[in-house]
Ligand binder design. Structure first.
Ligand code: WT7
Length: 654
């Protein structure tokens, strides 16, 4: 593996054992590891008992067609019934499911009984459009209750949802709609962002021009923004859903019925549709939400700050917490609107007890200053979580001291869109936590760090992270592309049958796992996965660009920042190429092609790119430039003077 990854090794510091008091009341126990090890399938069968099954399974796992897994074979259940109705039937209809907080300050509390009515009406509405189980529905919505209701209504009818992050461009939405052949798109008129209403439906309209599969567009009114209307295609949510009967009888579906597709970046440019199914996914989402966050239904107030456009929002806002009868906060806006204490104001108001966020946001809070959280009452917090990228020990310690009052457990949770649910994490009340380490595969999960040949490395050594056993929430494939599924995840260690996660990792002296970042051409910007190739394709689609190479350079706030090296076409004059306008236009172009999250932090106009004799771009060298380091070994370059040319060109441009 690359030196840049190994050089990233973090120092192993002091551990924080759980308090006796916390350990005494914790959902998880140390015994779980041994129980799961002794009988893995029996362990997962017990976890599946958390759910209501219309028909019980006859076999826990069928791995005979590996890498295509079947979990809880023959079992039948309705995912929405499990997340909503059964809590009402067990007498908790009046419990608040969602404390929703809108960015402009409007709020809405939704009880489980109300959620059941809303989901039933929405299900009746979607059924009235002629949708049938197995059809795909695309959802591009801001963080409003209707986003959760729409997803659950799909699940209730066996429709497969494909949620597309609200910040994605029309082109990105269109490619996802086409790939899944979605029949219906659910969106809103607009969305609030930093105190302003921004259009949403206008983007959807642009995306859907000439889209062959889309029959209806359902529009939630959120910002009262004027919208164009396509008669016969567009329907208002409040009219369509508002007029439906409040009862809907849920039908049970096969445990392996497709629940959702969620697109994620891979090493190549084209996003992959990650497919998740029902019974195994919900089992692991519920189990991990219970064990990792120590969630107590009816007592805790839980808040996951992710957007439903990402997998964290799917598993830890919608499916896991609702299956576990959580009361949770859902916040629509950005953390500094209208002020930098917004999150802490919400924690104080709703007495949030479990808070789950990303390292990039923790580092942003650090920048804003300790005086901000210090002026709120955060004493309700008892578990803090982190996800999306390695959390540096300084941020971990800051989080514990300034948000957790120096006492609460922090869970650093490693997982992926593909894994569907948390895989590696400390267990609060059990694990002695180490800042910066995700530590140990959860009971029931098998993870290893291996070398190039697939052999497990010794403690103190680094290598590749693999998952060596199937798990219930694992992806069931890449939508419409079995070959890509095998190739991407199962070919690297085919002999051993390991799942290749794409992350570098190491064991410390105790055998705890430390994640070290991606080993493929995937960048992690603020916890969002973006492939270098995807951004390169966007850049070369601009008429002035001849060639482009993109690297992720380390960034103190966002983890990595996107840095692009661009060769302009011969007919672009040197003057045109110079200055802010050329690079600003390219940054905007990338935002338009993919979305604002993919905007390069920096674009450098260069005369050449460093390539090997076989024409492969040596990103390692470009990363050296982007991170202001001495350029490394250039001996494998086809032309070793290229790096001098790049460096001198950069100097003269400044
Ligand atoms: C990639 C997956 C899982 C939900 C959010 C991201 C990185 C994720 C951690 C962590 C170190 C982490 C990995 C992984 N990652 N969590 N706790 N420590 N790295 O989901 O977009 O599918 O990205 O995020 O590189 O492969 P995703």
């Amino acid at each position: 593996m690359g030196n840049e990854v190994l050089s990233n090794l973090m120092t192993e510091s002091e551990a924080f054992p759980p308090s006796e008091e916390f350990a005494a009341g914790a959902n998880a126990t140390a015994a779980l590891y041994g129980e799961a090890e002794a009988d893995r399938e029996g362990f997962w069968a017990r976890q599946a008992e958390r759910l209501h099954w219309e028909t019980k399974w006859s076999q826990v796992l069928d791995w005979s067609d590996a890498p295509f897994a079947k979990w809880f074979v023959g079992g039948r259940l309705n995912v929405a019934y499990n997340c909503v109705d059964r809590h009402v039937e067990s007498g908790h209809g009046d419990q608040v499911a969602v404390h929703w907080v809108g960015e402009p300050g409007d709020t809405r509390d939704i009880t489980y009984a109300e959620l059941k009515t809303e989901v039933s009406k929405a299900a009746n509405a979607l059924a009235s459009l002629g949708l049938e189980a197995g059809d795909r529905v695309a959802v591009q919505l801001p963080m409003i209750p209707e986003a959760i209701i729409a997803m659950l209504a799909c699940a209730r009818l066996g429709l497969t949802h494909s949620v597309v992050f609200g910040g994605f461009s029309p082109a990105a939405l269109r490619s996802r709609v086409d790939d899944a052949a979605a029949k219906v798109v659910i969106t809103s008129d607009g969305q609030y962002r930093r105190g302003k209403a921004a259009p949403m439906k206008a983007n959807v309209d642009e995306a859907l021009e000439g889209a062959a599969t889309v029959e209806k567009v359902v529009v939630v009114k959120r910002t009262d923004t004027d919208v164009a209307w396509t008669e016969g295609r567009d329907l208002w949510w409040h009219e369509l859903v508002g007029s439906q009967p409040p009862e809907h009888a849920p039908e049970a579906f096969d445990s392996e019925h497709p629940l959702y597709i969620l697109y994620t970046s891979g090493a190549t440019g084209r996003p992959k549709g990650i497919l998740h199914t029902s019974g195994g996914y919900l089992t692991q989402a519920a189990y991990t939400h219970d064990a990792v966050f120590d969630h107590k239904p009816g007592e805790d107030v839980y808040w996951c700050t992710a957007d439903i456009g990402w997998v964290t929002g799917h598993s830890y806002i919608v499916y896991g917490p609702l299956a576990n009868r959580a009361t949770q906060v859902v916040y629509e806006g950005t953390p500094n609107t209208p002020h930098e204490g917004r999150h802490w104001e919400i924690v104080q108001k709703y007495k949030v007890s479990i808070y789950y966020t990303a390292p990039t946001l923790i580092r942003t809070f650090m920048k804003w200053g300790v005086q901000i959280p210090a002026s709120y009452d955060l004493s309700s917090l008892r578990v803090l979580g982190s996800v999306g990228e390695p959390i540096n020990p300084e941020a971990w310690v800051w989080y514990r001291e300034n948000i957790g009052g120096g006492a609460v457990p922090i869970v650093d949770t490693w997982w992926q869109t593909e894994t569907g649910a948390i895989m590696i994490s400390p267990l609060p009340g059990v694990t002695s936590a180490k800042p910066g380490s995700a530590q140990k595969a959860l009971p029931g999960i098998g993870a290893k760090v291996v070398d190039d040949s697939g052999a497990e490395v010794a403690n103190g050594s680094g290598g590749y992270l693999v998952l060596d056993r199937p798990w219930p929430a694992m992806l069931r494939g890449v939508w419409g592309d079995d070959e890509r599924f095998r190739q991407t995840y199962w070919s690297r260690f085919a002999d051993q049958g390991f799942y290749f996660a794409g992350d570098g990792a190491k064991y410390d002296k105790d055998g705890d796992v430390w994640l070290l970042g991606r080993v493929d051409d995937v960048m992690n910007v603020s916890g969002h996965r973006i492939s270098t190739t995807e951004v390169e394709s966007a850049l070369v689609s601009h008429p002035t660009v001849a060639e482009a190479a993109v690297v992720g350079a380390s960034d103190p706030t966002t983890g990595q920042g996107i840095v692009a090296f661009v060769i302009l076409r011969g007919n672009v004059s040197r003057d045109e190429a110079k200055g802010e306008t050329a690079t600003a236009a390219l940054r905007d172009h990338v935002a338009k092609e993919i979305g604002p999250i993919a905007k390069p932090r920096q674009i450098m106009i260069v005369p050449e790119l460093p390539k090997t004799r076989s024409g492969k771009i040596m990103r390692r060298l470009l990363r050296d430039v982007a991170e202001n380091r001495a350029v490394g070994d250039v001996t494998t370059l086809a032309d070793s003077s290229v790096m001098d040319l790049i460096s001198s060109g950069l100097r003269s441009d400044k």
